[in-house]
Design a protein around this ligand. Structure first.
Ligand SMILES: C[S@@+](CC[C@H](N)C(=O)[O-])C[C@H]1O[C@@H](n2cnc3c(N)ncnc32)[C@H](O)[C@@H]1O
Ligand code: SF4
Ligand code: SF4
Length: 381
């Protein structure tokens, strides 16, 4: 078992992205649909005001063809908003991108498994990284997903996927099981706020991977290691942003700090003082293509407010090197952010005119919090 802090492609980590060659896209988010079969309280799904729909098959294929022509070497992530498995042509689009040699990742709430997409298809079609957004690992936290399904039935689906991965030859490189923690963050919703729950959730997943009668059970899985790893994740009184624990061959638990969707989901009674200066790596290496072809730079931009072009009428290469995006990139390099959307994202959260400190709320000192986010954990085999 091993664990490490991960660099994440999210708001908090965006400024840390090391820029590759000029204007080289490293991540493209392809929103197959913004329809969803859940309505999670912690997600901006319920704030989306743009129309809902499904990306036309020919548009999806054309984007994939263009990425191949551009010799795109990054990851094509199937999802931005919405649930990708709901797209009527999900399997065809997935196969198309994999056949074209594009590294394809899927982020899914897996609610539609196995009814719409079989487990075999998910795990043997050549997805590079499959992110299973488990997020809420008990009955209580599962209520935030706002679905009719019972938690036990949801867990059964996850169990089936993990059991399949345990017992069969799969060709998915990584299966990530995500758990969302809202410890010391500014989100308006509480998700997982207890490391005991995290610990027991991981142990429950290990029980699936290493049932008592398994010959691997003793040598590969030691409860104490999990407890030790979760302790590492909680450094003193603090918790790390993103932390992953390898629990099996190709299987990782990723503990991820919930974000505020560019400060659109903040605690009641708070307001954001916008800031038009700051830096963000998203402008330089990522592109989000919404189901209707409209493009943004940012996976946090749930309404497509940072419009940079239309993939229906303009090639991806032209959008990537066009005036609009290059202008934004030049400004960003000078520390200026053009979009109002970014101004709130980079803004200061206030309550009653004063800077709102989550740390104060928890009776902790600011210095300690900053330090905790910088701690490096060595990879332990
Ligand atoms: C917007 S969803 C789209 C894909 C799919 N519907 C799903 O839930 O996996 C993409 C990812 O964002 C995560 N997410 C949603 N709200 C979040 C928040 N406030 N902080 C961090 N991640 C969040 C989801 O759990 C999921 O892993
Ligand atoms: S997190 Fe995913 S499953 Fe939940 S509402 Fe958002 S898009 Fe839907
Ligand atoms: S909203 Fe703007 S500043 Fe915030 S992560 Fe997205 S692109 Fe970067």
């Amino acid at each position: 078992m091993s664990f490490r802090i991960r660099r994440e492609c999210c708001r908090d980590r965006a400024t840390e992205v090391i820029l590759g060659a000029k204007n080289m896209l490293s991540t493209v988010f392809l929103e197959l649909t913004n329809h969803c079969n859940m309505n999670c309280e912690f997600c901006a799904n319920h704030l989306m005001s743009r129309p809902r729909g499904y990306m036309p098959l020919d548009l999806a294929k054309s984007i994939i063809d263009q990425l191949r022509q551009m010799n795109f070497k990054g990851s094509l992530i199937k999802s931005l908003m919405g649930e990708p498995l709901l797209h009527p042509n999900f399997k065809e689009i997935l196969k198309y991108s994999i056949d074209k040699g594009i590294k394809s990742n899927v982020i899914t709430n897996f609610l539609a498994v196995p009814e719409r997409v079989s487990i075999e298809k998910l795990l043997t079609s050549g997805i590079d990284t499959l992110c299973l957004s488990y997020q809420t690992p008990n009955q209580h936290t599962f209520q935030t997903r706002r679905t009719k399904l019972k938690f036990d039935e949801y867990f059964k689906k996850l169990k089936m996927i993990i059991s399949y991965a345990r017992d069969n030859n799969i060709n998915t490189n990584r299966i990530e099981i995500h758990i969302l923690h809202s410890l010391y963050n500014y989100l308006n919703v509480e998700v997982v706020n207890d490391d005991r729950l995290i610990e027991s959730a991981i142990l429950k997943l290990c029980d699936i991977l290493y049932p008592d009668n398994s010959k691997f059970s003793k040598q590969k899985f030691d409860e104490k290691n999990i407890i030790k790893a979760v302790k590492k994740f909680r450094q003193g009184k603090q918790y790390l942003d993103t932390f992953e624990i390898k629990i099996g061959s190709r299987i990782y638990v990723v503990l991820k700090r919930a974000n505020t969707w560019a400060n659109r989901l903040i605690p009641e009674g708070c307001e954001v003082e916008p800031k038009n200066r700051g830096n963000c790596g998203f402008f330089h290496n990522s592109l989000g293509i919404l189901w209707d072809g409209n493009c943004t730079v940012c996976c946090q931009d749930f309404n497509g407010s940072i419009y940079v072009g239309d993939a229906k009428t303009t090639s991806i290469a032209d959008i990537n090197t066009g005036k609009r995006l290059t202008g934004m990139r030049e400004l960003e390099k000078k520390g200026q952010l053009e979009s109002d959307y970014c101004h709130l994202c980079k803004g200061t959260i206030k309550r009653n005119g004063r800077k709102f400190s989550i740390i104060k709320n928890h009776g902790l000192i600011n210095k300690g919090f900053k330090l905790a986010n910088q701690i490096k954990v060595k990879l332990i085999q």
